[in-house]
Design a protein around this ligand. Structure first.
Ligand code: ADP
Length: 423
């Protein structure tokens, strides 16, 4: 038996990437593509663009490694919705992107869903579906809803109507019951919903024409995917309850693996299922974007080097870019607090980094108070992960081991799902 490899592809907000890994998780090849902008009637033809990008990524995989690929998986942006005709597979409308809102559907959705359910947001997949359903009279009988990742995977396996419970959360799927809830099943549009598998489940063999076009092996399978942010969490391989990933990008987001599911709409806290565990998440409005208001990345680097991370900063800030915070304090009126500013830029930066670390600690404490597994170790992703002094400050404030995640690319997480599906 020769070596086998596992291919993951990430279709993110700004472009697509692939990662090809072996059984140990070592990266054998990786690459990146921007989305080409195909226009049709003055709007971007996203389906055309995604399909072209998929083919470009497959062509970018080194030709000598393609025959070794045992399985493929894909993640896509959450709540990016494609509605097609199940008989012809032709799209029935343009794809509705993750950040598009359909507020016209909110009253109808609110009237059927439990209060504060994740579908009660204008950009949810369910609002997109209901908005389409209410504004169309034809093709309803044969319509089928897919998420971006499902549609891309369908191009590879050819079986219509399969999704995963991470992508399906925002259409209302109940991952605890492992079915669509009765309040959704009873709606006339529930028949357009796809069937659901766990992420990283084999859907079937790769289509023969794709297989021969790119040179994949006969036994190559295609597996269900997930959303881009879950794939990024999977990349860090935080596989035990209590392991967490803090993402220090423009904003601060924390994700914790828990044995218990928790939900609290006041704080925007909700849980995604990951097999027999729960991925609990919360996102604050603080983060690196505030740092950029005061310092360039070069300055951040230089000033950070002069910080003594063992000494607690006495400065108590709440760094926000604009008014309002959601997690770990729900207060839409909270004002940014970044004063008094000391003369020394080193002291100022120290105070900001320390204050963000305290918000992070408060976030993990809130998750525990809401019933999640207690955090034991934190991996870090995002632009702030490379700041070693900040890592040491956070380690002291959190009282936990903190390190940089070895892998943070969503494509790597998707490759791990391909590996899982091939087991
Ligand atoms: P995004 O959320 O926009 O994808 P990134 O993960 O690329 O963000 O991270 C960018 C953020 O990282 C910026 O807001 C910047 O302030 C922050 N950053 C960059 N370099 C450093 C550094 N040395 N220390 C702390 N933060 C940094």
């Amino acid at each position: 038996v020769g070596e086998r490899l596992y291919l993951g592809m990430d279709f993110g907000t700004s472009g697509a990437r692939y990662a090809l890994i072996d059984m140990e998780g070592t990266i054998r090849a990786e690459g990146k593509r921007e989305y080409p902008l195909y226009m049709s009637k003055d709007t971007v033809d996203w389906l055309c663009s995604w399909k072209a990008t998929l083919h470009s990524l497959l062509e970018d995989v080194p030709i000598n490694l393609r025959p070794l690929i045992a399985s493929i998986s894909i993640d896509g942006t959450s709540a990016t919705t494609v509605i097609i005709d199940s008989a012809t597979a032709d799209p029935l409308c343009r794809p509705l992107l993750y950040n598009e809102s359909c507020p016209d559907a909110l009253p109808a959705v609110r009237s059927i869903a439990p209060a504060n359910h994740t579908v009660c947001s204008g950009s949810s997949t369910l609002c997109k579906l209901v908005s389409w359903w209410n504004s169309n009279d034809s093709n309803k009988e044969s319509a089928l809803l897919l998420h971006q990742a499902d549609w891309l995977l369908w191009l590879l396996h050819g079986t219509l109507g399969v999704s995963d419970y991470n992508n399906a959360l925002k259409v209302g799927y109940d991952p605890e019951l492992d079915s669509y809830p009765s309040w959704l099943i009873s709606q006339p549009y529930s028949r357009v919903l796809p069937s659901i598998q766990a992420p990283g489940t084999s859907i079937g063999s790769i289509k023969e024409d794709i297989r021969t076009q790119f040179g994949f092996p006969k036994d190559c399978i295609v597996c269900t995917g997930t959303t881009d942010s879950i794939a990024a969490f999977l990349a860090a391989r935080a596989t035990q309850p209590g392991k967490a990933v803090t993402s220090l990008g423009s904003t601060l987001a924390i994700k914790l693996l828990s044995t218990k599911r928790i939900e609290d709409s006041r704080f925007g806290v909700y849980s995604h299922r990951l097999d027999d565990k729960w991925l609990v998440g919360g996102a604050s409005n603080t983060g690196g974007a505030v740092l950029r208001q005061f310092f360039t990345d070069v300055q951040l680097d230089k000033l950070s080097k002069q910080i003594n991370p063992m000494v607690a900063s006495p400065l108590d800030y709440y760094p926000l870019q604009a008014v309002g915070e959601r997690f770990p304090v729900a207060d839409p009126e909270m004002e940014p607090r970044l004063h008094p500013r000391p003369e020394s830029d080193v002291e100022y930066l120290h105070g900001i980094l320390e204050s963000i670390a305290r918000i992070e600690a408060k976030g993990y404490t809130l998750l525990k108070d809401l019933g999640a597994t207690k955090v034991e170790e934190v991996f870090t992703a995002g632009g702030g992960a490379k700041n070693e002094k900040w890592t040491m400050i956070r380690q002291r404030v959190l009282g936990l081991p903190v390190s940089r995640a070895l892998q943070t690319e969503a494509a790597y997480g998707a490759a791990l799902l391909a590996l899982k599906g091939a087991q």
